[in-house]
Structure formats: C-alpha cells, structure tokens
Unconditional design. Sequence first.
Lengths: 435, 257
Amino acid sequence: MSTKTITVGRVCRIEGHGGITVEMKDGRPANVQMDIIEGTRFFEPLLVGRHYHEVTPIVMRICAICSAVHAVTSLMAIEDAFGIKVSPQTKLLRDLLVQGGNIESHALHLFCLAVPDFLGYSSVIELASDRPGEAKIGLELKNLGNKIQEMVGGRAIHPVNAVVGGFGLVPSEGDLVILREELEKGIRKALATIDLMAALEVPTFPESPTLYAALKPPSNKFGLFGNKIVLSTGETMDVHAYKDLCNEVTVAYSHAKQSRFRERPFMVGALARVMLFGKFLSGQAKTACRRLGLHKQTDNILYNNAAQAVELVYSIERAIEVVDELLHRGVKKERPRHAEIREGSGTAASEAPRGTLYHSYTFNKKGRLTKADVITPTAQNCANIEKDLRASVERAGKDPVDALREKLQMVVRAYDPCISCSVHLIDLRPEAERG
Amino acid sequence: MAKPIVGIFGLTGCAGDQLVILNCEDELLDLAGALDIRSFHMAMSDNDEDCDLDIALVEGSVVQPEEVEMLERIRSRARLLIAIGTCAVWGGVQAMKNEEQREKLKRQVYGPKGKDFGIIPSQPLSSFVRVDYAISGCPIEKDQFLQAALSLIHGDLPVLPDYAVCTECKMRENSCLLLERGELCLGPITVAGCNARCPAYGQPCIGCRGPVEEANVASEVNLLREKGFTLVDIQNRLRTFGGQSEVMQVAPTERGR
C-alpha cells in the first residue's frame, strides 16, 4: 500500500489564508481537507453588550469585499427584531448598494483572481502587460461597483451611510443621473466579459453531483433578496429556520465551521442562484446566460466563474432599473425610521456575492445585544469544496503533483472563497449555560 | 532610480486595506509599473518568499503565534515596515475584548470538539517588531495611501495628519454632532485623514482611524458624561477600534447589559 500527501500550504489569489491537504492511498484520495488557517477574531462575542445601533459597524468588519451586504443583512436582522418597516425608497437604495457590492466583488474575482488561471497569468498586473484591454475592462467594472457603494454607502469598503431604519444621507437625483450614464457604459463592459468567458474552455475534472441552495426572490424575477431558502431538491424553508439548513459542525483541522444539510454538503453562490433561478433572468443577462450554456444544469463548480459574469450583467441591469425607479418616484430626503426598543430576536438573509449570508441577533429590553450568529457563504461552502477536491483528485490523481496542485487551487478559487468571512463564531453552549 | 522592491502582506483582519490597494483601479497599473511588487498573496500567485524588500506593507493584527513568526520574518527582510490599517496599527476591532480569556472565547465558539489552536490577544504589529510608519484607517483611505506611495517612490517619508477628525469636520462646515446633537462622537480624539467622512453623512465618528497624537481623552469623556452617556457606553466606543492604545483605557471595563 502506498500513501502520499499532497499539500498546498497557501492558496494564492483568494481573500484570506487557506490551504489544502490531500492524503492519497494507492492513488486514491483517502482524506481531503480545506484548511482554514486565518486567525480567529471571535466576532460574535465582541458584539455582546453593545447597543443595537453599534452592531452593524462592528460586524461588517468581518469582511471588506462583502462589507456592503454584511451591513445590509445586519440592519435587516436588527429591524426584524424591533419590527421596523423601512420605506420603499430605503429598500431600493439597499438593493442598489448590494448590487454595487456584487459588481465589485465579481469583477475583482473574475479579473484579478480567477481569470488569470484560465489565461495562464499570475496576476491581473501580468495580464495587463499582455492583454491591457481585458485588464482595463475588469478594473473599470470593479470601479463601477465601488462608485455605487461610495455613492449609496458613503464608502467603498465598510459603508458608513446605511443605518438602522434607512440612510444617513440619501443620494441626490443629480448623482443618480450621472450614475445611470456610467451604468449604461458598464453594460457594454459586462457584455465584453461574457465574450471573454465564452472563449474560455472550462475543464470538467471537478464535476460531481451538487446540491444547490439560494434565497427565492419574492416575485418571479432574479434577485438577491428573499425570505425563503430553496434547495435544488425542491425543499424550501423560511430564513428564520436557517439553522436547519446550515447545521454547522466544527472540524478538527479548520478554524471555520462546516455546513451539511441532511449529511450532504451544498453549494451557495452565483452558480447556485443561476442554476435555481436563471429561468427568471431577463434582458441581456438572460441572453448571456444562454450564451455561456448556463440555461442547462451543471455540476461543475468551474462554471461559477461564468455564473458570476452573468450576474455582472444582471447586477448592472438591475442597478439601472433601481435608479430609474428612484428617479421616477422622486428622491425624498427621508430620515431613518425610528426604532421602538423591545426584547426579542431577529434574523435576516441576503444573497452575498459568494452565496447566502445569514445574520441573527437577540436583544434585551434595553436594546443591547445578548446573542449573535452570523453564517457566511464560505463557511457553508467548505464541505462542498472538499467534495469537489475529492472528485478532482479521483480524476486527476495520476497527474504530476504540480499540475494536480494547480487544479486543486483552481477548484478552491472558483468558489471565490472569502476566508476572512468564514472564520467566525457561533455560540455552541446549550441554552441553559448562556449568559 | 531603481524601483523599490515591495511586499504586501496580510495577517488577521478583513483584507480591506489590501483591497483598498486593489481599489486604486485608475492608478493600479501605474503603481505596479513604478514598484517592483514581489509578494502580494491576495492578488498574485508567483510570490517571492525570500528576497530582501525595500518596503513591506503589512495589514492585520497578530492573533496567533504563527503570525508572530511571519511578522518577524517580514521584518528581517524589509528595510521599511509600514503598518497599514487600524488592525495593524492598533489591534483592530478584534482587540475589543482582549481582557477576556482567549481559551474561554474559543470554547464558547468552537465547543469542546473544535480545533485546538494557539491564540493570543489581538495585538498591533508594534507589540512585536519595529514599525517604521503607520497608516491607520478602517479601511485606509485610498488618497492617503496613494500619496504615501508617491512619497516612498520618490524616496521621501509620507506626511500624515497629526490633527483630529474634528478639524476636517469644521473645514467641511458640518454641524457639530457632539455639541449640537449630543451624539457620542469621537471626532475630537480621532486622527484625521478621512475628511470627516461619517459626520458628513450625519453619523458620529466611531473612531475607526484610532486616536490622534496627544488626544485629550479625559476632556472628551467629561464632555460625553455631561451629555448623559454612561461610562460603559463611552468606554465601549473608545475601545471599538483603539482597544489596545493606552490613551483609550480611561475606566475599568464593565459589561453593559
């Protein structure tokens, strides 16, 4: 019996610190691990004792790339706890902010982190020296997402303007008109991204049966918000029952917890959304989806990059739609809705760039937080990443070790893992022992 | 003049300061042309782990023993070590409850079966190595970073503000959130550089850039007490980002419940 271990000490071009360990026995993978080695920050206990309005600015620091959607989801969970109903204008502006985050994140991942894999470059900088046109498109799209986040959120990273009940300062109609022009130009760049993706050959080595999960948009339109979780098995559940899906378990080799649904790993993210709700896409995003072959079901995670490209088109189109609706309604200088403090719990979910994100809090009668739980997409995806790594090793196990290492990194990178995000905490003590 | 050899590194944090560098979309390619970037794990796959560096930019705080070794190694390679972001400069939000035992937090979060790993209270880089220069902010401000990079490319040390957010806020002619609206604003004791970003959106400064030099914290605390804030709430806010700085330790920490 021969055994060998293949390790990738640190996967590059991902956000955070993660590694891979594969133990082979007789040419087959015996043990496959996605190691999360990022330091822990104990976010949830940090929040205990804080006033409800202090929670969001702290918790969004979990992650820079998805800070906008962390902020919005956190605010929605707080509002759920206190029964605050925000205005339609606030809902539209939050949608716009989250679309901005989605554009920035997907452009960053596609052009700076993932595409160099497909084209054989070590970074976007190297890509730029050979193919300046493509690198420029990527950076301009990223910049467009950041412009939205700056305008609506007050800062590209860790937005300051989104607060409990609404916004500190609403953008002016003039700002929105200028943004609309930028978005129109952005559509062309996103379609150029589809051209780029269409020309890439997608390898099949990680393919293996996959369970997808995503939030169901309330109307039959593609979207990043919803109150129901849907699985590709057809099962649905309310977001308040998120723990039934996420079932987090700690694993001995990782600082991140893992999720399994009835013992099966599942995938969340752009590919899950497009697989489950791609049929609701409209406009150019619908055409892009067909063009990249995503109207057919796939179990290949490497298509997550294509799904992100489709969502780039979707998010820009949706941002234009939101801007038009805001302009049509006329922007009102609203103050944030007031919170009536009461004892209770609140839960909310949104579709972050990397998948469904859950925030759940409990407050005492003074409005101070007593318990927090945040479940990030990457934590949910970890078990699925291991499944795909295993499938890859089974198919490519005879490759030279360096080639295999590259393939394994490609699988991890396709998930666009956000390792800062995945390292978080949950209170595991039985109810009775909790403070 | 030879291009400065640069390494960009991340310890524990949200990677937001490295992201600010990547967010310099209009300048990134010029920047990459003016610098010889040899290590940037977040954005590159061919990283040189051994070369000497003219400048090391390090984000994040130190929370595990392995990171002390990583940091010492970076220090030994670098002529100038620059801490970027509030985590690297002050310990960041994760230093907020440093007085609580890590073991306890670990068991609370991961349970008895979780991975047993070494963990230490979150500390800034300067607790372990000499830091030549500190650019704070959560995250760092893009313009400030670019100006600093420009100075370094020309062989100068960057000049950073040594005044408070309050000064910038007055220049913008914002109405005062602390005196006029009675909000828990840390503008008077927080280092400037953000152009009073939060007050401009009607939000009080929460001190994300860390304390300004010679901050008069006692006077700020007295003022906030007069406005009716409890010591616990004041302390909580002071320690959100500047938890590790001595000036912020004005009262014993209590758990507000």
